[in-house]
Design a binder for this molecule. Structure first.
Ligand code: 13P
Length: 340
């Protein structure tokens, strides 16, 4: 394991004023996003859409790295440059989703375990050769009556730690993503309780697996009310609760925390990040690794029509810029109506 190289990559992923674009939707997930805008999910449409995002010139100033899916890492820009090479040439580190999805967990009704450890070492070697320098593995913890169970939290944490150790062995920085879902009607207090348990368990397992904390990036959920909660906590409360939990459970050796958006609206995700960065100084860099909160507006504007490409790129550039500002605390909600 080359520790200094892992540390260098991890730091570059969370460089000041930059964050990560999650464009690693599986074929099933991108199919759902496309069907919402009535676009057929063909391989060429998926390529064209990713091309649009990656080549949106000003946007890339706020993007340190891009998480790709297995199909995407093998695709190319319109002019034939492989995506990983194009990204690297334009200052964005190519990354790859390596988990094989959250599957129903035996013995734990209503809960999932993320699969993908079998053969992972060999796949990491292949992805490294294709240009990937970081990876992502997402564990999913749902909140409902009687769940999560300790069994599911522990097994998912162990999976994340096994994955992270394998990544580092192969010169790839692991993004460790334990996502506590915001589906459902739970309170922010319940989210805080579960997120605490999950993060504490994950860092215990990372320690047991001998993962180099300086050579990883954490991708957590924010501590937030469930989407269907009657009284949703205000942005200031989300920022305070999230920081409280992170300070309790994330060692300062971790260089950066890059949040998922998890179903928050685009402005909401940006505002929460900005508020937290305004409450510094903090022991780690706090930035974004958003999928939907970066892409939603661009996807709708594009609608599958080549003629909308420039307008869609502008929408993506706007969200990237605003989130880049939020990552240094320099965003205010009134910028939503000004930014180009
Ligand atoms: P969202 O920001 O849309 O939650 O996606 C981030 C991600 O990579 C989820 O695994």
């Amino acid at each position: 394991m080359n520790s200094s190289e892992l540390m260098r990559i991890a730091q570059a992923m969370v460089a000041k004023g930059k964050g990560i674009l999650a464009a690693d939707e599986s074929t099933g997930t991108i199919g759902k996003r496309f069907s919402a805008i009535k676009v057929e999910s063909t391989e060429e449409n998926r390529r064209a859409y990713r091309d649009l995002l990656f080549t949106a010139a000003p946007a890339t100033q706020a993007i340190s790295g891009v998480i790709l899916y297995d199909e995407t890492i093998r695709q190319s820009t319109q002019d034939g440059t492989p995506f990983p090479r194009y990204l690297a040439q334009n200052g964005m580190i190519p990354g790859i989703k390596v988990d094989e999805g959250a599957k129903p967990m035996a013995g734990c009704p209503g809960e999932t375990i993320t699969e993908g450890l079998d053969g992972l070492r060999e796949r990491l070697v292949a992805y490294h050769a294709l240009g990937a320098r970081f990876a992502k593995w997402r564990a999913v913890i749902d909140i409902a009556e009687g769940i999560p169970s300790w069994s599911a939290v522990h097994a998912n944490a162990q999976g994340l730690a096994r994955y992270a150790a394998l990544c580092q062995e192969n010169g790839i920085v692991p993004i460790v993503e334990p996502e506590v879902l915001m589906d459902g009607g739970h309170s922010i207090e319940r989210c805080e309780e579960v997120t605490s348990l999950v993060l504490q368990t994950v860092f215990g397992e990372l320690f047991a697996a001998r993962v180099l904390l300086e050579g990883m990036v954490l991708k957590p959920n924010m501590v937030i009310s469930g989407k269907k909660a009657a009284n949703r906590a205000v942005p200031q409360a989300v920022a305070e609760a999230t920081l409280r939990v992170l300070k309790r459970h994330v060692p300062p050796a971790v260089p950066g925390i890059a949040f998922l958006s998890g179903g928050q609206s685009s402005p909401e995700a940006t505002l929460h990040l900005a508020l937290m960065n305004q409450m510094g100084p903090l022991p780690w860099t706090l930035t974004f690794s958003y999928g939907r909160a970066l892409q939603d507006n661009a996807l709708k504007t594009w609608g599958g029509a080549p003629g909308n490409l420039a307008a869609a790129q502008k929408e993506f550039a706007k969200r990237a810029k605003l989130n880049g500002l939020a990552a240094i605390g320099g965003y205010a909600a009134d910028m939503e109506t000004q930014a180009a």
